[in-house]
Design a binder for this molecule. Sequence first.
Ligand SMILES: [Mn+2]
Length: 332
Amino acid sequence: MSIYQDIINAIDNATNIVITSHKSPDGDSIGSSLGLYQFIQKMNKNVSICHPDKAPSFFNWLDNFNAIHLYESAPNKVSELITNADLLFCLDYNHLSRVGDEMQVVLEQFNGKKIVIDHHITPSIDAIITLSDTSVCSTCQLIYDIIDYSDKKQLLDVQIATPLYLGIVTDSGSFRFPSVQPRTHEIASEMLKLGVEHYKVHENTFDTNSISKMKLNGYAISEKLEIVHQNKIAIVSLSLEELERFNYQKGDTEGLVNTALSISGIQVAVLVTEQQEQIRLSFRSKGEYAVNIIANEQFNGGGHKYAAGGSSNISLKDTLDKLKSLLPNYFL
Ligand SMILES: [Mn+2]
């Protein structure tokens, strides 16, 4: 029997199912959670989604977006749902720490069965089934495979396919990254046949910028962009004061690192933002360099070869100095 059918059977045999994903939700974590949730509902099983924190509002057009329980606003409810579950899905993350310190404690105390579905390197979560494939563009593609290669394929419909399509689009840079496979386009084709309105997914997700976000992004590129290391690396940094000056809302710097990466000749782009409690770093690469190694070894983070994130507990200036001094070690 296939791993896909094993996952379906585990769902069939469970009573209370909880779907979790990582902190700071992106299109893939939200899409895989909602796609799997709607599929499990169509299997007539009891299922809920518990996320550490809220997704950016540009995802709020998705069906059941408001059905997601958030640990940051309802910790007791999330703890209760997880405690009462007998099957827990870990979607789009490889270490329990990715849900944040507080929710991690709840997951560590969970005694039931876990299933991991992910595309990040070296999954460390103790699970009955781990479907981890770093060669696929998104967790959403793996969720589609599970349904497609199982005996429940007939349940696939536009409601399940739409959030999965979203996750494929966002994690593949709109079918642009090297991780896109022929299979990715086959799945997209099947999704359009099911009735997914790809233009609406794109418009709802990407054409929703606020004026203050556009001004913040314009300022960041105009005033805060540094080109370093033989003109191969672009660094954009924003202090808390600068973010507040532009009325920063969660998600407003989304895409900024890709804008910096889009400059001709730039191989790696790094966005460094000062937050209330720490400095966040977001790395992107066009392909020659792997960015997850520096994120993992120097900035308490990780990710993929082409996209990684990390954090730092020293000041913004010290973080930038550290980053620049390390560039020759990681990007020859
Ligand atoms: Mn992902």
